[in-house]
Design a protein around this ligand. Structure first.
Ligand code: ZN
Ligand code: ZN
Length: 142
């Protein structure tokens, strides 16, 4: 996934996180993919370079600091994408889910504000999912 921050190193620096090869590896795998990935897909692509503990610790750190965000779609594995804008101002973006290949992608251009939600509701997670057919599947006529 293309980021406005070009490298994992830069992302870590902006979040004031120490550079470790595992953190950089996780970010690279996701940034090189053109779709959101599940935890096990990320682990598979990283190979056996890091043990489980290192992987999960690094993964959680990246998520806690908002460098990764989780995308929850009913009946699908939880997917993760790199946070392009690193924006915690109550703005979120929508995600696209392809019904044919089940790929999930960030729709950075489709944004919404959680501050429009009535104050009587506590927001814990906001998911806007646009369902349809992705570019690749459209080409293949799925
Ligand atoms: Zn598709
Ligand atoms: Zn996203």
């Amino acid at each position: 996934m293309k980021s406005i921050y070009s490298t994992p190193t830069e992302l870590l620096r902006r979040s004031k996180l120490k550079r470790t090869s595992c953190r950089e590896g996780i970010l690279s795998v996701i940034m090189e993919s053109d779709e959101a990935l599940s935890e096990s897909e990320i682990r598979d692509r990283l190979g056996s370079t890091y043990d489980r503990t290192t992987f999960y610790r690094s993964f959680r750190t990246l998520e806690e600091h908002g460098l990764l965000h989780r995308i929850i779609i009913p009946d699908q594995p939880v997917k993760y994408a790199v946070d392009m804008h690193h924006d915690h101002s109550g703005q979120g973006h929508a995600h696209h889910f392809c019904r044919a290949c089940h790929s999930v992608r960030c729709l950075e251009s489709v944004r919404f504000h959680t501050d429009h939600i009535p104050a009587s509701f506590t927001v814990e997670q906001a998911d806007v999912v646009i369902k349809g057919v992705c570019k690749t599947c459209n080409h293949l006529g799925r």
